[in-house]
Design a protein around this ligand. Structure first.
Ligand code: GDD
Length: 339
């Protein structure tokens, strides 16, 4: 029997990689899109344009996290066996500017989904993409599934609420509900306002003479960065290989923003010191510290481990920007990175 999966946030970086993985495994894939989404230029465009997939094994539905009736209706109609909840306002810096919207989508949106699942006659297995930001500035490193929640920004608070709700619904309503505690995961499909993509794109644009400098905030900040393709494999494994539980997905390696800069500029043979400048506009009111994950449980229970090194990741991202920008340049449509 063909398995059906439903993805909220299907047009995002993770949604597109997960769709590819599930389609390759023979799944029928459904996803919710907001009425305002522009599909033609999204990360799904290549799947959307394939007539053997779109409306054959890949289906998009208008539904929104702030309009639960639309979600309930679609989920009742589709009856998926697996639901991957990836949607939400995911930019930490922005969450200081729009805390209410962040909580509305990321916290309340998840609760609304859980309430809908609770009422379904056969609730799907549920994967919640949560974040290392729930740990804030933890006293212990690396963090595990048992590390106490102590968020320090609105986004982290919203994710902590949603994470705890998933635990409550798993324990109290017998849902097969999983929290994937995801550390930073990047790729050429990363949103342009996240720091790795911003840096890789700028390095390529400067190399091609399309941009002169790159303005950044705190370059001493450190993160545990992996490749998004590895993390969506973890999501699938979490719903198919183990018991409903919480799992940390991380590389266990810390690198600084400065190391991203040096790797990306080296990949295009440029001296970063001639191009990178500080702009306090990109500083955040609070920075998490020592967010590095221990994925031992995912390794032991799910057989998951990351396959892409930090160097490979940043080099792949920079090369992808170079390819994309030079194609645009040849067509006369190249544009530099937005700040
Ligand atoms: N975005 C951005 N832009 N970040 C900058 C900049 C800049 O110009 N300059 C320095 N940084 C620093 C940020 O202050 C932060 O310390 C670090 O770069 C990484 O920022 P982001 O790439 O925006 O990611 P994030 O770590 O805040 O959040 C991402 O990872 C989380 C998982 O840990 C997001 O994907 C979250 O949704 C995710 O949950």
């Amino acid at each position: 029997m063909t398995r059906r999966a439903f993805i909220t946030g299907i047009t995002g970086q993770d949604g597109s990689y997960l769709s590819e993985l599930l389609l390759a495994q023979g799944y029928e894939v459904h996803g919710s899109v907001r009425r305002t989404s522009t599909l033609e230029r999204s990360r799904l465009a290549h799947l959307y344009a394939d007539p053997t997939l779109y409306n054959q094994r890949l289906f998009l539905h208008y539904a929104d996290l702030d309009d639960p009736t639309t979600l309930r209706r679609v989920l009742n109609a589709v009856q998926p066996q697996e639901l991957y909840h990836l949607a939400g306002q995911s930019h930490v810096g922005l969450s200081f500017e729009i805390p209410e919207t962040t909580c509305e989508f990321t916290a309340m949106g998840t609760l609304r989904l859980l309430e809908i699942l609770r009422d379904l006659p056969e609730p799907p297995r549920f994967f919640h993409a949560t974040s290392s930001e729930i740990f804030g500035r933890p006293t212990a490193s690396p963090q595990t599934e048992k590390t106490p929640l102590a968020p320090i920004n609105p986004y982290g608070c919203a994710k902590a609420f949603a994470t705890q709700m998933v635990r409550v619904y798993r324990a109290s309503h017998d849902l097969f509900a999983v929290n994937g505690i995801l550390y930073n995961h990047e790729s050429p499909r990363r949103g342009e306002n996240f720091v790795t993509r911003k840096i890789c794109r700028a390095a390529a644009a400067i190399k091609l003479g399309l941009q002169e400098e790159l303005a950044l905030g705190d370059t001493s900040a450190q993160r545990d960065w992996g490749h998004a393709r590895d993390y969506v494999r973890g999501m699938w494994l979490a719903l198919n290989q183990g018991p409903p539980d919480d799992y940390v997905f991380a590389t266990g390696q810390l690198h600084s923003v400065q190391q991203v800069i040096e790797t990306a500029f080296a990949a295009v043979s440029l001296d970063w010191q001639h191009h990178v400048k500080f702009d306090r506009h990109f500083l955040r009111p609070a920075e998490p510290l020592h967010l590095v994950g221990d994925a031992s449980k995912a390794r032991a229970v799910l057989g998951w481990s990351p396959t892409t090194s930090f160097q490979e990741l940043i080099q792949e991202m920079t090369q992808a920007e170079l390819d994309q920008l030079s194609q645009g340049e040849r067509r006369g449509t190249a544009r530099p990175e937005a700040r």
